[in-house]
Design a protein around this ligand. Structure first.
Ligand code: SAM
Length: 336
């Protein structure tokens, strides 16, 4: 069993095998982009690189809790191929495709300056396709059989929803675009698991996911820090620690705050100089980190031994004040 808040100097494929299924709340990682940087797995023949990505992505999906989030930063070079790997992961749903506008573009081959990276934001809450209308009717039948007279009664028992005060003056549970019984809403994976537990649904609706954290909502998201999906950072991280692709701490703090709670477990299988682990420490999250290069592990351990634990501060954390969107800055996109 791996200990929390330690950096393991190992190949993440070995490390991931030691983690239990459905045990991690958030995965935030910045894998090798296969662009020839001076570290492992960044200079592979394309097919070999993609086959390798399939392996660690599969393991990450396995260890992520239902309802948990998975963020990957990627370069434009392989983002499309990596997206197709996820298309085959039936439980993963793409929530946002974020553009991180780094502003420090380099004009390669006299082309346009390459100043953005991609962040794919997935949540593990997707269900295999089936006929929604049929499913809605089945849930209504099973609900009545199980003795829940109202939809609200069942929703309360499921424990996944927020009680809201409606304009009509009646309180009710909020479930996004209606409850599944409407026959129009695709249930989340977590809803499916709870419905199976409570209503003994027909075999064809069984979902093989054993552990679900009932205290979590279906999608972890901190609505305090809502912004759009193009993020602008000040030019790259100023406090360089000796890693060629160190990410800005503010960028990772934004993600961690948006998709985890204090005390949660955050995994980074490619921790590099430890940006994820350090941000976790300062935000009271637990981290699990793997890094194959012992020189980088030394950097991480030194970084984590620092006592500079910053209090939560939206200005530095990538609240809209620190990582303003293009609109927030008054920058207009180029009009052609
Ligand atoms: C893009 S860098 C991560 C940089 C990090 N986000 C930071 O801010 O410093 C990717 C890291 O993955 C490591 N790596 C490559 N293959 C690995 C593997 N199989 N297991 C664990 N780490 C690996 C590399 O040594 C490199 O440090």
């Amino acid at each position: 069993m791996l200990e929390l808040n330690k950096v393991y100097n190992m190949d993440c494929l070995e490390g991931l095998k030691q983690l239990e299924s459905n045990s991690v709340d958030l995965i935030l990682t910045d894998p090798p982009y296969n662009i020839g940087k001076d570290f492992e797995n960044d200079n592979l023949p394309k097919k070999e690189y993609i086959d390798w990505c399939k392996k660690w992505i599969r393991e990450c999906v396995r260890v992520l809790k239902v309802g948990g989030s998975f963020y990957l930063t990627l370069g434009w070079q392989c983002v499309a191929e990596i997206k197709t790997i996820f298309n085959k992961e039936e439980f993963m749903r793409l929530k946002n495709w974020i553009i991180w506008y780094r502003q420090d573009g380099w004009k390669g081959d006299k082309g346009f300056a390459q100043s953005h990276e991609h962040i794919l934001y997935y949540i593990k809450d997707n269900t295999p396709p089936f006929n929604l209308e049929e499913f809605g009717k089945h849930v209504t039948e099973k609900r009545l059989e199980a003795g829940y007279k109202t939809v609200d009664g069942l929703m309360e028992a499921m424990g996944l929803y927020t009680l809201v005060h409606r304009a009509s003056g009646k309180d009710g549970y909020f479930s996004g675009a209606g409850f599944v019984e409407s026959g129009k809403k695709k249930p989340t994976l977590q809803e499916m698991v709870r419905l199976n537990e409570l209503l003994k649904l027909d075999k064809k609706y069984n979902i093989d996911i054993k552990t679900v954290d009932k205290n979590k909502y279906n999608v972890l998201f901190n609505k305090v820090d809502v912004c759009d999906d193009v993020w602008l950072t000040p030019k790259s991280e100023k406090k360089r620690l000796g890693h060629p692709t160190q990410k800005p701490e503010a960028l990772f703090r934004r993600i961690i705050r948006a998709s985890s709670d204090e005390g949660d477990i955050v995994l980074d299988p490619f921790v590099g100089s430890g940006t994820t682990a350090f941000a976790c420490k300062s935000l009271n999250r637990n981290s699990i980190s793997f890094e194959i290069d012992s020189n980088f592990v030394k950097i991480v351990n030194k970084r984590l031994s620092q006592e500079v634990l910053l209090p939560l501060d939206t200005k530095r954390d990538g609240g809209t004040a620190f990582l303003p969107t293009l609109k927030g800055l008054g920058i207009q996109p180029t009009i052609l």
